[in-house]
Design a protein around this ligand. Sequence first.
Ligand SMILES: [Zn+2]
Length: 443
Amino acid sequence: MHRSSIAVIGLTLALVRGSALLAQANPLLSPEERAVARTVDVENARTLALLQRIVDINSGTMNFAGVRRVGDVLRVELDSLGFTTRWVEGSSFHRAGHLVAEHPGPGPKLLLIGHLDTVFEPSSPFQRFERLDDSTARGPGVIDMKGGDVIIIAALRALKAAGVLPRMNVTIVYDGDEEDAGTPLTEARRALIDAAKGASAAIGFEDGPGDPHLAVISRRGDESWTLHTTGTPAHSSQIFQKDVGAGAVYEATRVLSEFYRQLSGERYLTFNPGLALGGTAVKLDSTGVAGSAEGKSNVVAEQMTVVGDLRTISPEQLSRAKQTMQAIAAAHLPHTSAELSFDAGYPPMAPSAGNRRLLTLYDRISRDAGFWPVTAVDPSKAGAADVSFVADIVPMKIDGVGLSGHDDHTTQETADLRMLPVQTKRAALLLYRLSVKSPETSH
Ligand SMILES: [Zn+2]
């Protein structure tokens, strides 16, 4: 996606420059930071082995035993770093559960977010970690997001080795159901939201846009909506007459056309009617993705049901769009009715000033460590992720700083292993500067 040969050459040069700078005691890093970076290099093989080990454990969202097993492996690592760990049972939201790890300390509270599950269930043919060459490996969840999960561990190990972990206040939440969240959603995300309270920064280790020059500071939210209209059944020859009116199909299409006319020009706002059923009788399955309709060309339609999504960049845009949509639905054609309901999903994460501040710090760290500048990815290219659930609670958020690669959610999911030590160093230095010397966090 983001690969051009120029970018690859640039990246390689930056890497060479990066290791050279670190080797000659890079003056832009403090002695403690240099020690952290050295440990990351020394331990890279161990980190890669941990990644391979957890990729080889199937943890499709609905394979609860597998999700727990991945959690158990990470839990042992975190216990040995001095974290207090606990498994949050998932039965109340019909999923495996989550791993939560806490390390209290005098520094500002930092929330690190990972997830244990993948989209590849045991029935998938894609099950194993496979080394392709020196710099790449393919495997289920290798970048989304077991790579990010081990980057968290490796960064903390390096911080511990440098003697700075005792000063840090870190909480980690590894959700067990990011790819297919449990219901009710408020229950499924309670542990994450609770962990976010009092945090000054939240860092998501998703693979992001696959380009280590980019990070995510804004994600659009994603809700679903259902429009249900009714009309007065009659012989089609009487449609538009005073006592018959326009019918359910015209009413639904009026609503949809007005959505398009009034709202389609707004930046970062999208709404897509994905399924429509209209006629004399319609039935939407409980799955919400299939149904049936019957009707005749000579009968005025009595019902129509349309389901769609709504993506927004901020809570303000979300509530404005919903108000406009409700007002449109309320202005009926003759002898019809329309009812529009919304179902909350992922909230939007707006590009706040705090998020920009955190990106500025991350960009600075990347350049100080001898790598390259980092800018924000266009939010229209960033999907929903768990960090969005803490958007309103935590002042500074960044995501997409996990392991880079390409083709996640497909059987070609591939990691760029050259980025494993790079992303781990950047993560560790970010945690360090946020905890230990943080002029950026004090205003
Ligand atoms: Zn993910």
